[in-house]
Design a protein around this ligand. Structure first.
Ligand SMILES: [Zn+2]
Length: 151
């Protein structure tokens, strides 16, 4: 990939911008910087403890990455899932990687609670309400502090 294309990706891709900010120590929602990913608190806390693993490379598909990087990112997803389970004791974890809206590899790691209106619905069923629980910098720090000891 040419340098110019790479610079354009960082400018245009919201997750490339998050990775650059995280590595520079300037991302409110940062939980951890890993070798091949960053872990961030989700943009909303409609599901308390919801976080994401974002690849540090701008890859569109998991299978486009070298196998060892695929494994390390998957390990990061599992490590985050266990950490959220310890910190938030959900009744079920949801792991979601779609990339239809933002074509930069990322995993949503979503703790589900038994007392939700419909705990068996997919996690976007009530997406119109996500903005009600938009993550503030203070909430991001609180969630991050709860999860970090288990990473
Ligand atoms: Zn990107």
């Amino acid at each position: 990939m040419e340098k110019v294309e790479s610079d354009q990706l960082i400018t245009q891709c919201p997750l490339c911008r998050d990775v650059a900010a995280a590595v520079a120590g300037d991302l409110d929602r940062l939980v951890a910087v890993r070798e091949h990913s960053i872990i961030v608190v989700g943009e909303h806390q409609f599901f308390p403890g919801y976080c994401m693993v974002v690849a540090r490379h701008h890859a569109r598909e998991m299978h486009d990455l070298p196998p060892e990087i695929q494994r390390e990112i998957f390990d990061d997803v599992m490590t985050l899932g266990r950490a959220i389970e310890h910190a938030f004791t959900p009744f079920k974890m949801n792991y979601v990687s779609l990339g239809n809206v933002v074509e930069h590899l990322h995993w949503h790691v979503i703790p589900r609670r038994a007392d939700e209106a419909d705990p068996k619905a997919h996690p976007w069923a009530e997406s119109a309400r996500f903005t009600e629980k938009k993550t503030t910098p203070g909430e991001a720090r609180r969630v991050s502090r709860l999860i970090q000891p288990f990473l």
